[in-house]
Design a protein around this ligand. Sequence first.
Ligand code: NAI
Ligand code: MG
Length: 359
Amino acid sequence: MGKHILILEGDGIGPEIVAEARKVLDVVNSKYTLGLSFEEGLMGGSSIDEHGVPLTDETLERARKADAILLGAVGGPKWDKLDRAIRPEKGLLKIRSQLGLYANLRPALLYPQLVDASSLKPEVVSGLDILIVRELAGGIYFGEPRGIRVLENGEREGFNTYKYSESEIIRIGRTAFEMARKRNHKVCSVDKANVLEATMLWREVLDTLSAEYPDVELSHMYVDNAAMQLVRAPKQFDVLVTGNMFGDILSDAAAMLTGSIGMLPSASLDKDGRGMYEPCHGSAPDIAGKGIANPLATILSVSMMLRYSLGLPDIADAIEVAVGNVLDQGLRTADIYTEGTIRVSTSQMGDAVIAALTA
Ligand code: NAI
Ligand code: MG
């Protein structure tokens, strides 16, 4: 039986970029007779407007049953004033934790055609191809206790808990080592083991685990240095593995090395390789509804879906080749436009990828 995909467009530019990714899915579905089936659901602000919560239990159940989920992005100023418990982002955190999506893969790959769009010098970034493996279901974003409390002297104090268990460290460590095996056999683990006990354990557990992967070289780096090295000499890295919060920050920094966050896909996987696929960027309310958003991050997320959850690496490759082909033609959405290239809209970009795929 064909695989089943749940599509959550989300808010802001979500519907615009997902529409283009869906066109690509439809084309490969019929071209290669994959038998994929699709259903749509609401998440984030659109779900709050309709149901009062960012993710209903019913949608969560449908997500559980799907083989893969394609998500646009959630959030926007319309919902910013809401109580934290029902903000759009809560939907994201809920689906990640409830589905056990602990391994977030965020490749930062600079397409050679976009060297000029990067904020760094060409010699620093050309050929850049690194993979950030971020732990997504634990760490300080989920740690209890947490909250804002009133101290005896009457002043308020905010607090969160940074913790990782050995089993949590081992499972994300395995993901990083396995990924490195398919790449350049190098893993750099990022922590703050000079200050945070939770990351001292992180470092120790990864050192022990590395004995099982003698073909992969493991190194360690403090997060402040890693931030510096990412902009100084990013090509020294192959796979970076880190906890939830450090990974959130470093992967956004890495995103900018590649020119635009509009180019970067991501995968969030569970232990069986089922996953949710989404662009690294948010709902970009500043450009929503204008038809100028870059759909390539979402289209490349579809490629990751085919590779990691649907077992179709050849078709994943074909999509990536088509994206390269479109960039070769000089087609650019506004975020990656440089002088001498051809500016196109969101849907023109999607159409160009499809033309390249079916040529
Ligand atoms: P953002 O990623 O939405 O936008 C940052 C900047 O990048 C904006 O100038 C935007 O126009 C641009 N941009 C983003 N995606 C683009 C694309 N595909 N093509 C062209 N330009 C693009 O981050 P921001 O502004 O911090 O957040 C906006 C909303 O998105 C907030 O409500 C935030 O909470 C939410 N958000 C949601 C995420 C998700 O759904 N996974 C992740 C990050 C933010
Ligand atoms: Mg982020």
